[in-house]
Design a protein around this ligand. Structure first.
Ligand code: 5AD
Ligand code: SF4
Length: 435
């Protein structure tokens, strides 16, 4: 019998999935499997998947079909959000011949599941929701300046459009102690930036210690030069967090604060628990403490019942806040969600397309305006890559605000912090010269 132990992992979706793939690598290596970087060299393929929009599910389905076509002997497994939310549908597609499904709470059983498939050639799945936090597993991190660290998992908010509470289960936080352990390990491994992750990162709680207590403790480690976090929910965003961000130079002055819609009527139907006025007041308070904060957001257009007037309210808020960047999505019906049960997806595809195109164009202009403000200013860049796609003579990094800055490569090393003067800005990138 051929020894099957080479595994290739492909990751889709958010940074939390990227972190989970690092956990999965650690769990598999511990069990004697070898992770390879090329699917052609692998016996077993794992797709760590996202179910947040229909397009993500279609992308993974297309990839499975392609992999099956390339090699009918591959053992193919689907893990992550699609495993918990779509396994029944995918089992039914006979041509895919998916060998196993493992959900986000069951990665500790993954090695055992794969061994079972290898030995018995039978399909297997583990997708039970367990409130797992993986606090005893240290991920195999990829090299670079930045380390991801998931501090809480799941979601209790039940926004009516969102599949996450069903695919990832209820909220639970890692223990304070285990996070600090992991931070110390990150420092030992030489990372300079830590990215705290959670579906609702700021609802973190362990006994009486909340997100502000946690980030304050982490910021006391001088070796950590930059701390970022994503994504906070506006309802849980406290001014004590913003004050701490203003005080601590290693907590980046950058915030990704999902708006979803600018219309109070739609926000209510989405169960976001804030109004347009609440959101705008929150932004005003944040800017009064950190005037130059870099803001980004998520927007959904075409939610059921979104009228032209509702859509214009979103435009109004975007113009007023002037986000540095925005991820804009077309509403996509998700199974099990309240919106799928209660509302008709009644904004036509044509209208959704027109609305998203216009918003993206508008945001591009705003992003350019915001980036132009940086021109002639001196900023600190942390190097992330020693070349760019276009040139080996350039390298790039990010400023405090998480904006990409391209500079001439001067034998820099990943993680170096360099002062640069910005001389050019586009909507997506800044260019600078070392000073
Ligand atoms: N349709 C479109 N976008 C969605 N998102 C979540 N669910 C949906 C959906 N059903 C978006 C939200 C969220 C981001 C991660 O994905 O904007 O903040
Ligand atoms: Fe996608 Fe949400 Fe799952 Fe992340 S948690 S992979 S965004 S569905």
């Amino acid at each position: 019998m051929k020894v099957m132990k080479k595994i290739y992992i492909e990751t889709y979706g958010c940074q939390m999935n990227e972190y989970d793939s690092e956990l999965v690598k650690a769990l598999l290596q511990k069990n004697g499997f070898v992770i390879v970087a090329d699917n052609k060299k692998a016996d077993i393929i794992i797709l760590n998947t996202c179910a947040v929009r229909d397009s993500a599910v279609r992308k993974v389905s297309g990839r499975i079909a392609r992999l099956r076509y390339l090699n009918k002997n591959y053992i193919i497994g689907v893990i992550g959000c699609i495993a918990s939310a779509y396994k029944t549908e995918l089992y039914k597609i006979k041509d895919f011949k998916i060998d196993f499904f493992v959900g986000p709470d069951n990665y500790k059983k993954l090695a055992q599941v794969i061994k079972k498939v290898i030995i018995s050639n039978e399909k297997s799945d583990e997708t039970e929701q367990l409130l797992e936090t993986y606090e005893d597993v240290f991920p195999v991190r990829k090299k670079g300046a930045s380390a991801w660290l998931t501090i809480m998992r799941g979601c209790n908010n039940y926004c009516t459009y969102c599949i996450v509470p069903y695919s990832r289960g209820p909220e639970r936080s890692k223990s304070f102690k285990s996070i600090i352990n992991e931070v110390e390990q990150i420092i030992e491994q030489g990372y300079k930036q830590v990215y705290l992750l959670g579906q609702n990162v700021n609802s973190y709680v362990d006994n009486k210690q909340n997100f502000v207590d946690l980030i304050k403790t982490i910021s006391n480690y001088q070796q950590i030069k930059r701390i970022r976090f994503t994504s906070p929910h506006p309802k849980d965003l406290s001014m004590s967090l913003i004050e701490l961000m203003a005080q601590k130079s290693n907590i980046c002055s950058q915030l990704h604060l999902p708006l979803q819609s600018g219309s109070t009527n739609i926000l209510e139907k989405m169960n976001r628990t804030y109004t347009q006025e609440d959101y705008l007041a929150l932004i005003k308070n944040i800017k009064s403490i950190i005037p130059d904060i870099v803001l980004s957001t998520d927007i959904i257009i075409g939610f059921p019942g979104e009228t032209k007037k509702d859509y214009e309210e979103t435009i109004k808020v975007m113009k007023e806040v002037m986000f540095d960047s925005a991820y804009i999505f077309k509403y996509s019906v998700r199974p099990k969600t309240l919106a799928a049960k209660k509302y008709k997806d009644n904004v036509s595809e044509k209208e959704k397309k027109a609305r998203i195109t216009k918003l993206n164009e508008m945001q591009k202009e705003i992003s350019l305006l915001k980036n132009m403000e940086a021109v002639d200013k001196v900023q600190e860049v942390m190097i992330e890559s020693i070349s760019t796609k276009k040139s080996v003579h350039d390298c790039y990094g990010r400023n405090q605000g998480n904006k990409l800055i391209v500079i001439p490569n001067n034998n820099y090393v990943i993680g170096d912090e360099i002062k640069v003067k910005i001389w050019q800005a586009s909507a997506n990138t800044l260019r600078g010269m070392p000073v």
